[in-house]
Design a protein around this ligand. Structure first.
Ligand SMILES: Cc1cc2nc3c(=O)[nH]c(=O)nc-3n(C[C@H](O)[C@H](O)[C@H](O)COP(=O)(O)OP(=O)(O)OC[C@H]3O[C@@H](n4cnc5c(N)ncnc54)[C@H](O)[C@@H]3O)c2cc1C
Length: 317
């Protein structure tokens, strides 16, 4: 369960773990605008990670035209089927990601008839602060039959993954809308986190954010401690959780995201509103209709259409 690994979310700045208590727990720090969220989990490797300050503009690690090898530094289990992967690179460089963007990864899966390496290629959305230097984090759900996610699950510290990017999805600019609504399912939280953290770290950004986050059970909710901490410390972030299988003491919603949840939990249809949606195909169909085959936005259908939103007010990741 996430809480086992994410032992503490603390306020501290700047980041330095030299003074942290020595235990079997290592730490990952995601630095956002003076706030450091410390995630503790079983690894000593990151115990003395420090933010590196460099003069002038930082170098950029990603190249949109070239596959670059990134070394796996550490992993952490976030839920029974989802893991956090930290990759490292030049500590003087940033990853080079604008909000909201993803990267593509590739891994060799054998050879074709001519002996040429065959690759599986999949996109993922980094959830570390784009201003962090020397590392980035991916949150990946491992599917029993998943080609790439199973490959990730076999990686050990020091192994490399080839990465290309960034691929820009939605160009976020501060205060572009008064109120942003978000509907996420499972790992669909990753692009939402990018946007949420960009808004919250910028004190000049007055955007209100309302997130509806759907999962199978309370234990499947990814990064709940972090999300709850962000909501508790930022009045412009509101979160409503719903799960298919609630536990006895569950206090959030139950069942799939409903029209009632949308009406009560999200900003109403307006030119000042944008609703971001990301989740598994079944959920996308139910909420907004899936993207088109060519990966363009496609027609808006589902609950959001019924609730009166137009295509201009909705973005499907
Ligand atoms: C822009 C973008 C960003 C993404 N970011 C992330 C991210 O940050 N984290 C993350 O975990 N994933 C993310 N994904 C999904 C990711 O790219 C892969 O599709 C996913 O990891 C499955 O790939 P795979 O090779 O393991 O499974 P595949 O070999 O493609 O699929 C094998 C089987 O796994 C199951 N499966 C695969 N995908 C799904 C799904 N979405 N819902 C239900 N069952 C499924 C199905 O049973 C399928 O038959 C993103 C996708 C996109 C398009």
């Amino acid at each position: 369960m996430a809480s086992t690994f994410f032992r503490r979310i603390a306020k501290a700045t700047p980041v330095s773990f030299a003074g942290e208590p020595r235990s079997t727990f290592g730490a990952i720090a995601a630095v956002t605008g003076g706030i450091s969220y410390l995630y503790y989990y079983n690894s000593p490797n990151l115990a003395h990670l420090e933010e590196v300050k460099v003069e002038g503009s930082p170098k950029v690690a990603l190249n949109p035209d070239k596959w670059i090898e990134f070394k796996l530094q550490d992993t952490a289990r976030v839920s029974h089927n989802t893991h956090l992967f930290r990759f490292s690179f030049d500590p003087a460089a940033k990853l080079g990601l604008d909000i909201a963007s993803c990267i593509i990864t590739r891994a060799p899966i054998g050879q074709d008839a001519e002996g040429k390496t065959k690759y599986v290629v999949r996109p993922y959305t980094p959830i570390s602060d784009p201003d962090s230097k020397g590392y980035f984090d991916l949150l990946i759900k491992v599917y029993p039959e998943g080609k790439m996610s199973q490959h990730f699950a076999t990686l050990k510290s020091g192994d490399v993954v080839e990465v290309k990017g960034p691929i820009e999805k939605l160009r976020y600019s501060p205060n572009m809308k008064k109120h942003i609504g978000m509907i996420a399912g499972g790992t669909g939280i990753t692009p939402m986190l990018q946007v949420i953290e960009a808004i919250l770290k910028n004190t000049d950004d007055n955007t209100q954010v309302s997130l509806l986050y759907a999962n199978v059970s309370p234990d499947d909710i990814l990064l709940k401690q972090k999300l709850d901490f962000l909501a508790a410390s930022h009045p412009n972030l509101k979160i409503f959780y719903t799960v298919d299988n609630p536990s006895k003491n569950w206090k959030g919603g139950s069942g799939y995201i409903s029209k009632d949840m949308v009406v009560k939990g999200l900003p109403g249809p307006s030119d000042d509103t944008l609703i971001l949606v990301c989740g598994p195909p079944g959920m996308m169909k139910h909420i907004s209709g899936d993207k088109a085959k060519d990966r363009s936005q496609g027609e808006l259908t589902g609950l959001l259409k019924e609730a009166g939103y137009t295509e201009e007010m909705v973005y499907k990741f």
